[in-house]
Ligand binder design. Sequence first.
Ligand code: MTE
Length: 322
Amino acid sequence: MLIHKKSDILSSEITSKENFENRRTLIKAAGASLITASGIFTGLMSGSANAASGRQKINAFAKSKYGTEEKLTPYDDVTTYNNYYEFGTSKSDPAIESRLFKPSPWTVSIEGAVKKNKQIGIEDIFKLAPLEERIYRMRCVEGWSMVIPWIGFSLAKLIQWAEPTANAKYVEFISLNDDLMMPGQRIHVLDWPYVEGLRMDEAMNPLTIMAVGLYGEVLPNQNGAPMRLVVPWKYGFKGAKAIVRIRFTETMPKTSWMKAGPNEYGFYANVNPTVDHPRWTQSSERRIGGGLFTPRIKTQMFNGYAEQVGQLYSGMDLIKNF
Ligand code: MTE
């Protein structure tokens, strides 16, 4: 995602094979000491923790009616190939650098054009909506994709509870700003905190969820614990991680990526194979986890979710509104 010119890349940033191997070992070790949101889940969903791995099962969730027959991306790839600039800009950084991140206790502030303008603890958010597994295709603007079995709840439920006023046209999602726990924030690669946004009807769409887990387990830190947005018909950067503020606004939020590169990252960010990013084709994608020689696959309009969300954009010029 970085707006990098070739000459900006320092030779020290290019990972040697030896360094790469060291990192893989560290990532494995990180897996063993995942600081999960255990505190949050204890007693809430009768999750059972694995003492050796630190990973914690979520037992109480419904199976999804939104499935896909496609092969799931292996757990190891989902949790070690991440974009999370608060923990570094390379794909392997977040799994290592987020080991000490504490996703509990956690409070979310509900703000702006809304009746319940107040703070809510994550335990109370869990009481608003049942958890469900959603197996979604995820497409990154960089040209790779995954199929992830998320566990989450419908964002619409939280919005209904918050009671937005008639002035609420957009929802802004703001990630944690804490450079003690998030060392990547000491470098100004983005205008911190990370900000994303949706139009109200997009936020209310049944496909839009707040994810709190994956693969039947509590969300690992590197994937956005304790709670992150998942919008499967949009490029992955819309999915803000570690959300602490949800603000209802009358005007379109200025998102972090729009500020960093207005010609490269639009507000809508709908997956659209006919509109290329200046540096990456959007017509095809590389499925992560398939091995080096796996052929690229064709990217679908709205990432294959056109039937469910196409009507949200009828009459809109999706080349201008990229
Ligand atoms: N959220 C925050 N707070 N910080 C980030 O750097 N990266 C985004 C998005 N959410 C990002 C973020 C990008 S670019 C992508 S592709 C997805 O998270 C990646 O999610 P994953 O690592 O769980 O696959």
